[in-house]
Every structure is written in C-alpha cells, then in structure tokens.
Design a protein around this ligand. Structure first.
Ligand SMILES: Cc1cc2nc3c(=O)[nH]c(=O)nc-3n(C[C@H](O)[C@H](O)[C@H](O)COP(=O)(O)OP(=O)(O)OC[C@H]3O[C@@H](n4cnc5c(N)ncnc54)[C@H](O)[C@@H]3O)c2cc1C
Length: 414
C-alpha cells in the first residue's frame, strides 16, 4: 500500500482528500487526514458574528461529517514532520509514515507576537474577529459600545482574506448608523499598506468608499507595541493611535511545527513552486491553501481553485509523469460594503482586480468592483455552497483559471 497523509482537515485538506479519494485506487492507497480537533469552522462567517447576523454555532460543524468514507481522519496535534524519514509525529507520540505528504494546516492569528496585545485589555477593549470566540466576544463589546474611537487595525501582511478588515469597517459604519449613534463613533482604519488594499485599482475604489463613509485611513502604520495603560497603538516610526475599542487582525503565521520541521520561511509558510504547489525542497511534499507562500491572497477561493489544478497534477506526479497543470493564482472574493450591498473582486498572479461583470460578460449577474445587492446575496449564499458543494469536492461550474471575459481593461474605462 502507498500512503498519502494530509495535514489539516480545514478548507483545503478536506477538499484534497475528498477529491483524491475518487481518483486513487483504494486497493493501492491508504489515505489519512490529521487535524487537532473535530470542529470545522466556516471562517468567512466570522465577519458576521460581531453584528449579530450569524450566531457562533451557525458557522461550525463536525469535521468527520465532511470526510469521505475510505479516508481515515486522525485527531491529534501535529508535533513535527521528519522529511528525511518520511514520517509525521503527533504530540501524543504516534508516528505516521507517508509516501506523499500534503501540508494544509493554514495560517492562524498570533496576538502573542505583538507586545501589549495579550495584556490587561485583551477582550476588554482589544478584540479580534479572526477566531470564533474572538468574534463572539466582539459581538458583546459592539452591543455595549457607547461611543468613542473604534480603530480597525492590521498588524502586518499577509493575512488570510485581506479584504475582511475593510468589510468589518464598512459593516461597523452601517451598524452604528442603523443604531442611530454614528455621530458618536469615530472610525479609523490603520493599515501597514500604503492604501486600502494591495492592488492599485481596487485600492483606489475601496479607498474612496472609506472616504465617503468618513472612515479615516492611517496608512503605512506598522505597529511596534500596544501601550495598554494608555490604550494606544504605537508604531515603529513613533506614530500613536489612541483607541476606545480596538478591532485588530493579529500577525498571521503558519503552524509552529512547520518551523520545528525545518520546512518553513520566517512566517512558517512552506516555500513551493507557485504553479504546482510542490515543495521547493522535497519531491514528495505539497503545500496547499494558506499554508504555502504563493504570492496571491490567502483565501478559501484560492484553496478551491488550486486544489482543482493540484488533483490532476498529483495523479500525474505519482505516476512518474510531468505535471501538466499550472495554477495561475486565481482568487475571488465578495466584499461586504454594508446596507445589504457588496462588491466582488476576481484576479490572479498577473491580473489585478478590474471592473466589469462576473462570470458572464455584460450579464454578470455579479458586478466586479461595483456595489450591488446581488453581490451581498452571493456572499451569504456562499455558506451553503461551502458545506454542500465545495467541501465534498463536488464540481462547481466555474473554471479554475481566471478568465478575462467580462473584465474591463483600465485604458478602456470611461
Ligand atoms: C474573518 C475571515 C473571513 C474570511 N472570508 C473569506 C472570504 O470571504 N472568501 C474566501 O475565499 N476566504 C475567506 N477567508 C479565508 C479562508 O477561510 C481561508 O483562506 C481558508 O479557510 C484556508 O483554508 P486552509 O485549508 O488553508 O486552512 P484552514 O481552513 O484554516 O485549515 C487549517 C486546518 O489545520 C489544522 N491545524 C493547524 N495546525 C495544526 C496542528 N499543529 N496539528 C493539527 N492540526 C492543525 C486546523 O485545525 C485547521 O482545521 C476568511 C477568513 C477569515 C478569518
């Protein structure tokens, strides 16, 4: 028997085992996926918990339910990979040998990496919404907030879903307006980027939306520490931003076992070939989803599109053939903008988010970089698609590669 071991049963790892389960001969392959717990969370849903749209229980389900029969789900914390011996060691000392390894342990917020963040103000006036319990605690804090300065903050890039903090700022603005207290809340968006987003056209569009909503932008802000006594963010260049309520996205990092195993970069991401996701150092290790270092957004959509390409490539690779598929960095994401509207962005390694329609030229029905009610409904409907189509590895009628159909090139814009 040949052994495939997948590390992480989140978005990417679950899709990988479910798709490969249909492709690999059961009499020849033993497939195992490992995760530290049995609760699969729908992370895009975290955005809505602080505003009472979803309850924490509405974004979680047992992992086991989504793993195809014939795949062994092992629960346990991964302690180390020994790439020379081709083994994975769990914290409880179990040792799992592999012939091929897929690393899909994602990225996680690390509030411990910023001095002062986990001090006396943590979950009192400092919150995050990148974890389920953080988002739930923030729902209480927002409900009780009587007014003052709310700062939405990103420690550093890359973060998963880089538009999520912008969406939070837009939704917060609408939330306070709805509660008739917008004039009592000063909103500030503090980012390490020079503008609202990583790519110029989207950055200009999203930046003007922040302006319209009177959300002040503090750009190029790289936090050094949080002064908890003065409730103030302090940057390396000695700028200060005081807050009454801080909603931060802590530094995102890959899992610590990746560093212990000598497999990662300085943020514990696994260096891979950006077109095949094969490790740069090991011919039998792939890294998929947020766990790798490819230069596109860390997003569920990227996990999905890349798994489509990876599945065929993997089957060729284990047969000793060259991998024919080439992942193009395709990402797309709905961007909630408040008041029941949203935008959509669609891009890849070479093409930044452009205006236009998606997926059909002229017809859409979704609007690219344009606020539309339908984009908002698309975002909400995605939760159902995630559980019922994406995770089981069922086909979605959208190409894995980005298409230029429906997109307006910048020089053609009126
Ligand atoms: C607030 C928020 C909003 C988002 N919105 C969107 C969106 O609108 N659109 C979009 O496309 N994406 C969005 N994302 C991003 C998306 O959720 C992630 O990019 C996606 O889940 C990545 O999948 P993954 O499999 O790489 O990692 P994950 O789904 O995070 O899975 C990693 C798994 O590895 C396990 N693991 C980690 N370390 C260990 C260990 N040492 N031992 C055992 N198991 C371990 C974890 O338990 C986890 O199950 C959002 C994320 C957040 C936080």
């Amino acid at each position: 028997m040949r052994r495939l071991v997948v590390l992480g049963a989140g978005t990417a790892g679950t899709m990988v085992v479910n798709k490969l389960r249909r492709r690999l001969d059961r009499t020849q392959w033993q497939n195992t996926v490992i995760d530290q717990d049995d609760t699969h969370v729908y992370q895009p849903g975290f955005l809505f918990i602080p505003f009472g749209v979803y309850l924490p229980d509405e974004v979680a389900k047992p992992r086991r339910r989504f793993i195809a029969s014939g795949v062994d789900l092992s629960l346990g914390e991964i302690d180390r990979v020994n790439p020379e011996a081709n083994t994975v060691v769990l914290r409880d000392r179990r040792v799992l040998p592999y012939d091929f390894l897929v690393i899909a342990t994602g990225t996680a917020p690390r509030p411990d990496q910023t001095p002062g963040m986990l001090g006396s103000q943590w979950r009192r006036s400092i919150f995050d919404f990148y974890t389920r319990d953080g988002a739930a605690a923030l729902a209480d804090a927002l409900r009780d907030f009587a007014g003052g300065r709310l700062v939405v903050h990103i420690v550093d890039m890359p973060i998963k879903c880089p538009v999520a903090p912008l969406e939070f700022a837009f939704l917060a603005e609408a939330y306070f307006r709805r509660r008739d207290m917008r004039d009592r809340v000063e909103l500030v968006y503090a980012t390490p980027l020079p503008g609202a987003f990583t790519k110029p056209i989207a950055s200009a569009q999203l930046g003007s939306m922040l302006d319209e909503r009177k959300i002040a932008v503090e750009s190029d802000f790289l936090v050094e520490r949080i002064d908890e006594d003065r409730k103030t963010l302090v940057s390396y260049d000695e700028r200060e931003i005081p807050f009454d309520l801080l909603v931060t996205v802590p530094l995102n990092m890959g899992a610590d076992y990746i560093a212990r195993s000598g497999l990662g970069d300085e943020l514990n991401y696994v260096p891979v070939d950006k077109h095949t996701l094969l490790s740069r150092d090991h011919d039998n290790i792939f890294a998929i989803g947020d766990a790798n270092n490819i230069p596109t957004s860390k997003a569920g959509s990227v996990a999905h599109f890349s798994v489509e390409v990876f599945t065929d490539n993997f089957c060729q690779h284990i047969a000793g053939a060259p991998m024919a598929g080439s992942f193009d960095g395709h990402a797309n994401c709905f961007v909630e903008s408040g008041d029941g509207k949203g935008l959509l962005i669609d891009f890849n390694y070479d093409t930044e988010p452009l205006t236009g329609t998606y997926p059909l030229p002229g017809l859409g029905p979704f609007g690219l970089l344009r606020e539309k009610t339908l984009n908002h409904w698309g975002k909400l409907a995605f939760r159902w698609v995630y559980w019922h189509v994406l995770l089981p590895g069922r086909p979605i009628p959208l190409p894995a590669h980005m298409s230029m159909a429906g997109k307006h090139l910048p020089d053609k814009e009126e």
